[in-house]
Design a protein. Structure first.
Length: 138
């Protein structure tokens, strides 16, 4: 593996000072990764999820502090997508989805989670997540 990719839940811990107190060990390890590489490696899907959450708060008249924290944090983000290599990452994501559905019993993941996993695979990166799951991919 050539590096790391932070899942949305870990990225949230890093940019949102309120949430960072909930999981100090995860924040410590993710901070080490960021300091080691000088950037916060996230997927384009995580960027969307982070922006979506802040935009919802702003639409409700809340979240100005969080929006400012996210904007500052994103200055050090490195965003990875699935569009390189004639869209091979999207094909990989479709293959993962199909393999999960064909498995008995079917393994069903949210589209966002599946696309983040595919991004990590496409870029040969280890996905850093705070979720405790039995399986990391279908």
């Amino acid at each position: 593996m050539s590096g790391w990719l932070l899942d949305t839940n870990v990225a949230t811990l890093l940019f949102d000072s309120k949430h960072s107190k909930r999981a100090p060990e995860a924040v410590r390890r993710a901070t080490e990764i960021v300091e080691e590489h000088g950037r916060s490696p996230i997927s384009a899907v995580s960027l969307f999820e982070l922006k979506r959450g802040v935009r919802r708060l702003l639409a409700e008249g809340k979240g100005a502090r969080k929006a400012a924290e996210l904007d500052r944090w994103l200055l050090r983000a490195e965003v990875f997508g699935l569009d390189q290599g004639r869209f091979a990452g999207w094909t990989l994501a479709a293959d993962l989805w199909a393999a999960g559905r064909a498995h008995k019993p079917a393994r069903v993941f949210s589209d966002a989670d599946l696309l983040i996993v595919a991004t990590a695979f496409q870029h040969d990166r280890v996905l850093v997540t705070g979720r405790a799951t039995r399986d990391s991919a279908p």
